[in-house]
Design a protein around this ligand. Sequence first.
Ligand code: NAD
Length: 354
Amino acid sequence: MSVFQHDDFDGHEQVAFFKDDDTGLRAIIAVHNTNLGPALGGVRMWPYASDQEALRDVLRLSRGMTYKSALAGLAFGGGKSVIIGDPRKDKSEALMRAMGRSVEKLAGRYIAAEDSGTSVEDIRQMGTQTEHVVGIANKCTRNGEARSGDPSPVTARGVFVGLEAAVRHRLGRGDLDGTKVAVQGVGNVGQRLVEYLRDAGARCWVTDIHAERVAQVADETGATPVGAEDVFGLDVDVFAPCALGAVLNSETIPTLRARIVAGAANNQLECRAHGELLMREGILYAPDYVINAGGVIDVAFERTGYDLEKVVTKVNGIAVSLSEIFERSDAEQRPTSEVADDLARERFMIDMAA
Ligand code: NAD
């Protein structure tokens, strides 16, 4: 199948293919839209079964980044890159430097950050070849400690304020005291989210495929461990997916007892129709790319000069955007996922010829 006829080709501005025989690099960089600014997005390394699978992923992910940055109010467009290979076996410093040279060829139209299969150190290696990388600077936290470029803590903060907004809208509660939340996946983001929730007086149930993570988080936060399959049917107020994509589908949605879904995972809806199904089931869905925008906000500010106060203000804006989406969804009786897409398009589909 050609790129132009591909189901996921959405008027992408540029799709570039890179191959470097010396290092084994095979990569695709997709720039979806730069109307609002240079395309910002992570570098994903994954053992794709075929080039087609890699192409599909990069086209979809880059498009999603345009919507995410637009709704987060950032002066950035959407892009993404994929490296075809197993990060545990095929990654080397030379390969990451070759990837850096590939990014350099786009001359700043694409700015790279870490993603699944790449680390802050990998992006640092790329940064020896190009200045068009983010997520590697040491930043200052509120209490003055330095932290690495990892955006997860800021993503978790954004999910927390978004979850508060959803609880306010659907349950009419001014705070989270006593609110019951099931968190699926207690990795970098999920664990921080549980800490924020605990501090706000919420009660948490946690699950993960790694039993030791569950035990550690339960021990440190007082959350209750549950089995991976049991997390959907729990009698809680909020289901917070913080593990993997496509968890909201025809099988899981009817089993949910939570009235709200608000979590960090990307691409939570298995397909577009599941946004409609959630609405019909009376479940308020906080669209994933709106509520998990804290990370992109964090790395975006590295480009413009990192300012913690401005980052916090922007991250708090996630709650404002979500409230607008919830209200418009109620008024128009349309799924929140579709309302979010409309709002994002209103922001980035500006007439460049005008
Ligand atoms: P992570 O890999 O640190 O954590 C994910 C956790 O989910 C892991 O502990 C893993 O064991 C667990 N998990 C995997 N499959 C599971 C399953 N079936 N049931 C229960 N647990 C399962 O990743 P992260 O950085 O915490 O990100 C979490 C999600 O949020 C991902 O979908 C990611 O794409 C998305 N996201 C992350 C950021 C960020 O800043 N890190 C930003 C935006 C979106």
